[in-house]
Ligand binder design. Structure first.
Ligand code: HEC
Ligand code: HEC
Ligand code: HEC
Ligand code: HEC
Ligand code: HEC
Ligand code: HEC
Length: 172
């Protein structure tokens, strides 16, 4: 009887851990990443930190003194994000932005998370502001009225959002 009670107690202690979502395990040490992540459509689709960082058990057990299973730099992002976003990967890898990263030049060029954010989903406005920070002087053609205006990020009305290829020219 006593050992049964002990077993029950042990089970009670363990259940909350077993039912815990991955991000709840990480949150105590990575509060802002966890908060940002919960705002992202990824969280709504029941993904968690492990989708990009692996389960990282040894990292958790060692309280951060062992590296997480996976950390993804710009060169590896198309492979990581492209598993679930293959169309965007294909477009991006056709771009000048990717060619520069692939060639390991020193010129700063954006990968997926530079534009979108890794944890928080960047808004169209702040993404466009970011385009302008790297592209300080734009040709006059970029100020023209686009032939159609459907994209939330203005630049993407004339440049494909990922390949950057010119879209149907500006209205004349
Ligand atoms: C007990 C605290 C703790 C827990 C729990 C924890 N981490 Fe960490 N994590 C750390 C520490 C400490 C660092 C190192 C910070 C640094 O190097 O600046 C770190 C760094 C990281 C990094 C950056 C590594 C790098 O090389 O840039 C990632 C990614 C990460 N953790 C992911 C996770 C994920 C995912 C979880 C949950 C599965 C998690 N962590 C749980 C403490 C923790
Ligand atoms: C969609 C993929 C993705 C998910 C999901 C994700 N991360 Fe990350 N995370 C990244 C990438 C990519 C980087 C490194 C590149 C960067 O900083 O842009 C990163 C960087 C980090 C870092 C180090 C830099 C920093 O921002 O502090 C920590 C810590 C981290 N993630 C923790 C977490 C935790 C905790 C979760 C879950 C709540 C999580 N990540 C979910 C992709 C992801
Ligand atoms: C395990 C699969 C998976 C991985 C890995 C993944 N995503 Fe996602 N992503 C999704 C799903 C599912 C959605 C929600 C799609 C929807 O609602 O139509 C989503 C949504 C998004 C959105 C929002 C799209 C919109 O319509 O607003 C962006 C941006 C995005 N992901 C970028 C990334 C980036 C950048 C990475 C890599 C750092 C990444 N994703 C990694 C599955 C994934
Ligand atoms: C130069 C900035 C930039 C880079 C780099 C970039 N994106 Fe995007 N992405 C955009 C823009 C702009 C949009 C359209 C946003 C809007 O207008 O709502 C977009 C849209 C998306 C969407 C929403 C669905 C769609 O196609 O409209 C997903 C998912 C996405 N990107 C994933 C990725 C992934 C994965 C990578 C890396 C392989 C990546 N992006 C690289 C700028 C970028
Ligand atoms: C981190 C800096 C950075 C960011 C952010 C950035 N770019 Fe770029 N972009 C570059 C660099 C570097 C080049 C290459 C310039 C060169 O060839 O000299 C480039 C090239 C381009 C080109 C020319 C492509 C070609 O084929 O010649 C277009 C169009 C472009 N970017 C649009 C955008 C748009 C739109 C955004 C935002 C959604 C954006 N960029 C965000 C750095 C950036
Ligand atoms: C009305 C359509 C239009 C819009 C909107 C637009 N562009 Fe352009 N962009 C063009 C055209 C057309 C060219 C080619 C101009 C030329 O060859 O002289 C161009 C060229 C470029 C180039 C290449 C410059 C070079 O010297 O090779 C970059 C980078 C660029 N645009 C970035 C952007 C960014 C970033 C935005 C948003 C802030 C943007 N564009 C908005 C039409 C547009």
């Amino acid at each position: 009887m006593k050992s049964f009670a002990l077993l029950l107690l042990l089970l009670l202690l363990l259940t909350p851990l077993a039912g815990q979502k991955i991000h709840e395990i990480c949150a105590p040490c990575h509060n802002s990443a966890a908060e940002d992540f919960l705002e992202h459509p990824h969280a709504g689709k029941d993904l968690s930190c492990d989708a990009c960082h692996g389960k990282s058990d040894s990292h958790v057990q060692a309280a951060g003194n062992m590296p997480p299973d996976r950390v993804t730099g710009p060169l590896e992002q198309p492979a990581l994000c492209g598993t679930c976003h293959p169309t965007q990967r294909k477009g991006f890898q056709a771009s000048r932005h990717w060619k520069l990263i692939e060639a390991r030049t020193r010129q700063r060029s954006p990968a997926c998370t530079t534009c979108h954010g890794a944890h928080d989903l960047r808004s169209a406005e702040s993404m466009e502001a970011q385009c302008k920070r790297c592209h300080e002087s734009l040709p006059g053609a970029c100020l023209a009225k686009p032939a159609s205006s459907t994209a939330k990020v203005g630049c993407a009305n004339c440049h494909d959002k990922h390949s950057l290829q010119r879209q149907p020219g500006p209205a004349r």
